[in-house]
Every structure is written in C-alpha cells, then in structure tokens.
Design a protein around this ligand. Structure first.
Ligand SMILES: Cc1cc2nc3c(=O)[nH]c(=O)nc-3n(C[C@H](O)[C@H](O)[C@H](O)COP(=O)(O)OP(=O)(O)OC[C@H]3O[C@@H](n4cnc5c(N)ncnc54)[C@H](O)[C@@H]3O)c2cc1C
Length: 502
C-alpha cells in the first residue's frame, strides 16, 4: 500500500538559497542533504467495518463511502505539529471508522442515521486544521463527513451562493474568471475550504482590506440532525441570531455548513507594492499603529525573520544594497516591512526607514502560498516546525512579543533543544494587530518539548490579556485554554451528532 502523505499540500520541494541552508544546518546540527523522512505514513491495516459501509452506502451511494485504511487515516488528522510529529514517530491517532462524502440531499438521512446509532460525526473540509479539531475520541464510533461534494455555485451581481466544499484556490480562480474576488486569501488557500474558513473563523492575508471571513458572509445554511437553519440572503438583518452567527467559529460542532452567500468585490484594477527596512521591530510596530490608513497587506517581520529572508534571497544586487544601507544607518535590528495595496495613496514611507523598492513585496506575493512547503522540508530533515498566533492591543504588543520570545529562549536553555523563533505582524487593526510566531525545534524529546513550548506560549498570551488564537481557532489542542463559560455557552448550541467529539 502506498504511504499516506501527511505533510501540507500537493507539491514537492521548496527552493532554499545556500546561506539559508547553512543557517539551518548550523542551528540544528544537521546535514541538509540528509533526509530522514519522506512525509508519508503507512497506517495499520485495520479492516474497515463492512456492515457499517453497507448501511452508509444505502444513504450516500457506494462511490461515496470509503473504508480503506489510507483514506480513513487521512481524514483522522489535520496539520498541527503535534499531530504530524505523532505520525512521524509512528504514533497514530484514533482512526475514523468510515469516510463518507454526502451530496446535499443525503445529509439529513445521514445525520439521522448517525444519531440513531449514537455515532459521532466529524466534518472534514480540506484537512488543513492546525489545532487538532479533526481528532476523534477513543472508543466512540466515528464517521468522517467530507464536504467535497458540496459544490453549489451561483454567481449574482456582487455576491455568490457557494457550496462549502470548494477549496480556496479553485474558487478564487472561478470567481476571477467573472471579474470578481472573494477577498479571502489564507496561506492555506490551496487546500482549505469555504466551510473550513467559516467553521474556524479564519482570516485571510488581506483582511486589513476585505475583512475576515465573518465580514464576507451575507447568509449561511447549516444542516443539523434536527433539520436545517438557513438565513435569508439580504444586505443586513436584525431578526435575532442568524445561522451565520452560530456557524462562524463553530468548529464542526453545530452542524454541517453546506453553503454560504458571500460578498464579492471587483478585482482590483492595479496593485501597489512597496518595501522598507525599519530600524527594528518596535519602530515598525509604532509606525503601523500610527498609520492613517491601513494597506491591504502590511507585514512586518522581526529581526530574525528579516535576516532569514535576506539569507534566502536570490536577488544579490538588491541584497548587497540593503546590507550596505543597514550598516551605514547603524540599524540595531533591521526589520522588513512589506506593503501591498489596491489604492496607491495609502502606502507611506515609515520615517527613518530605508526604501527598498517593490521587489520584496512582489516576491512575497508571488510565493505567498508556497511558504508552507519550507515547513515540509524541515519535517523531512528531522526538524519540528510550528506556529502560534494571537492578537494584542497596541499598548501590549511589544511586551507580548518580547515576553514570548524570551519564554522560548528560557525553555531552550532549560530543556536544551536546538531551535529558533521568529515573528511577524500579519493583520493590522486600528486597535492592535495579529502577531504570528514561527518556531522550530530538534531534540531527543520533541513531543514533550513541543507541548512545553506551546503551553508556555499560550499561557503567556492569556497572561497578557490576549486570546489563544486570532484566526486558527482553538480546536482540541487549545481547548483547555478557552474560558469554561465560553465552552458551556457553545455546548448549548451543539448538535448531538457532533458536539461530543473532541
Ligand atoms: C500551511 C497553513 C497555512 C494556514 N494559513 C492560514 C491563514 O492564513 N489564515 C487562517 O485563518 N488559517 C490558516 N490556516 C489554518 C487552516 O487552513 C484554517 O483553519 C482553515 O480555515 C481550515 O479549513 P479546512 O477546509 O482545511 O478545514 P478542516 O481542517 O477540514 O476543518 C477545520 C474545522 O472546521 C470544521 N469544518 C470544516 N468544514 C466544515 C463545514 N462545512 N461545516 C462545519 N464544520 C466544518 C471541521 O470539523 C474542523 O473542526 C493555515 C493552515 C496551514 C496548514
């Protein structure tokens, strides 16, 4: 049986420049040429439940029921680092009993069947969850419900009604062919679905301009085991709680989000790109805070991330210029700021910064969906990459940044793992920003180190008055950090088929 790919995406490889490779080799004490893992897993050949398969086939049709070990494993996990690390170490998750892909008309009978058998359902969109939200409970019979056949597509003037099984990249392409954009561009665009975006309360990279997923929704339809909840499609409504309100952030617990009416924008006529080096991360944050208008993308990297981008830069002439200017200007911890906008007049030069033209911003945009493939390359060399993100008010942001970085370094000293941590500001608001941490470790006790780091960082976010996540959703991995009153409130809205899972 061929192995199951558990790393991100469908492509292979990510080109790294020699100085970046040297840096990684020196931090982790590895040889880049030596891969220790191919990113594939061979699941235990536990036979599928034939009887269950027959019953499910009667509801959704033979071709839409999968009992083979590979498909079941693939649908039993997401892409969080603890899950991938488990697989890499040969520790498999609880594997679902069957995978089904219902059409719209099959959903109510399917949910009624699962409820009558007291079975659990886990809704599976693109499987790019990074918070363990696709994990099953031990001992509970569970069916993974794939949304891949929910493919409605009706485009009207300024909005479209779309089935939630559409994946980001294919959906955007289809909308673009009619001159529209949905304005939602998560880094996981290749694999994540409209339903997943709604269920996790996602934010795309251009949320400064287009808003996050909740701002793009006019109406939602959810199918539950007790029937369906559907909003009327209108520009705005105040007749109480709407289906879209309970769908957003529901993480597959309140029913299957089957379609959504989403707002469309016309494609921008032109894009404007500018890049700068600011003296340090703090100066950059102060600039973002005081910006009069916020460009669609205002991405500020800290010193470590900036240095790594420079080491991985192909443009040697531009790079020489940057290195020279930074030296002349005696910048303490140079930080890269890239801005992209659909309206030129909103991009201003940060005072005291070095203007480095449009190329870094253009390159960032060109590669925006390929960067996760660098993570794959690290996994294959025995390194464990991970990310955590939160949002903070301006007054807390710098302290949150420093305290989180220093926590990581303290743990590194105490637990003696190889590693690095870097950060950037990814989404900007008048009141504050989303801060995103990327880190990677290598040790002989990675599962323990990883959990220690994640727990310490998440506790620090909470200590600083920040949420455990700005856009990934808590899932099962961060659930213990979510306020118990909030969980209680959510359990009131739960559907019996989904609510007990996780
Ligand atoms: C490399 C990478 C980059 C990422 N970048 C971003 C980013 O820029 N912004 C961002 O917000 N997130 C990002 N994420 C996280 C992830 O892509 C999002 O959480 C995404 O919204 C999940 O969508 P999915 O279709 O893959 O959902 P899945 O992973 O399949 O499911 C996620 C959750 O949603 C539920 N669900 C899925 N579909 C439905 C439905 N139709 N009805 C009800 N519940 C449903 C599932 O049960 C589960 O609880 C990234 C992840 C990766 C791996």
């Amino acid at each position: 049986m061929p192995g199951v790919r558990v790393l991100y995406g469908s492509k292979d490889g990510y080109e790294l420049q020699i100085p970046a490779i040297n840096e990684i080799e020196s931090i982790f004490g590895i040889k880049w040429a030596e891969k220790i893992w191919d990113g594939l897993a061979n699941p235990p050949e536990v036979p599928g439940n034939i009887e269950l398969g027959k019953e499910l086939s009667e509801i959704v049709g033979n071709d839409n029921v999968f009992l083979d070990a590979s498909t079941r494993l693939k649908h039993s996990l997401g892409m969080s680092s603890p899950e991938i690390l488990g697989i890499r170490n040969g520790k498999f998750p609880v594997i679902v009993d069957a995978v089904v892909a219902p059409g719209y008309e099959d959903i109510i009978p399917l949910l009624a069947f699962l409820e009558s058998r007291k079975m659990h359902g886990i809704i599976y969109g693109g499987g790019t969850s990074v918070n363990g939200s696709l994990q099953s409970q031990k001992g509970a019979a569970t069916v993974s419900i794939s949304t891949e056949r929910l493919r409605k597509f009706q485009i009207s003037d300024s909005y479209a009604v779309i089935g939630t099984g559409w994946k980001g990249m294919e959906l955007e392409k289809k909308l673009n062919s009619s001159g529209y954009t949905m304005g939602h561009f998560p880094e996981s665009m290749e694999g994540s679905t409209l339903g997943g975006w709604i269920a996790t309360k996602a934010a795309g990279q251009e949320s400064n301009y287009y808003g996050s997923i909740e701002d793009r929704l006019l109406a939602v339809r959810i199918i539950r085991s007790d029937g369906d909840l559907a909003d009327t499609i209108s520009p705005r409504e105040s007749a109480g709680l709407m289906a879209k309100d309970i769908a957003t952030g529901s993480e597959g617990k309140f029913g299957i989000i089957t379609e959504a009416a989403v707002k469309l924008d016309s494609l921008p006529l032109k894009r404007y790109y500018r890049s700068f080096i600011v003296e340090n991360f703090e100066t950059g944050i102060a600039f973002l805070k005081n910006m009069k208008a916020i460009p669609a993308i205002s991405r500020l990297s800290d010193g470590m991330e900036t240095e790594f981008s420079m080491k991985n830069s192909r443009d040697s002439i531009g790079l020489k210029y940057v290195r020279k200017m930074v030296k002349i200007r005696k910048f303490s911890n140079p930080s890269l700021l890239i801005t992209i906008d659909n309206k030129q007049d909103r991009i201003t030069k940060p005072p005291g910064s070095i203007s480095i033209g449009s190329s870094p911003a253009k390159i960032w945009e060109r590669d925006r969906y390929d960067r996760p493939y660098l993570g794959n390359e690290l996994w294959m060399r025995g390194i464990v990459p991970d990310t955590l993100e939160t949002s903070a008010r301006w007054e807390n942001l710098v302290e949150l940044y420093h305290s989180t970085i220093s926590l990581f370094k303290t743990l590194q000293g105490e637990r003696k793992f190889h590693g690095f941590i870097m950060s950037h500001i990814s989404h900007v608001y008048p009141q504050g920003a989303c801060i995103y941490f990327t880190f990677a470790i290598k040790s002989n006790k990675e599962p323990d180190d990883l959990i220690a780091i994640r727990d310490a960082m998440l506790s620090n976010f909470i200590r600083m008055g920040s949420p455990v996540t700005h856009h990934h959703g808590p899932g099962n991995l961060m659930r213990k950090f979510v306020d118990s009153r909030k969980l209680q409130m959510q359990s009131l809205l739960g559907d019996p088929v989904f609510s007990e899972v996780g």
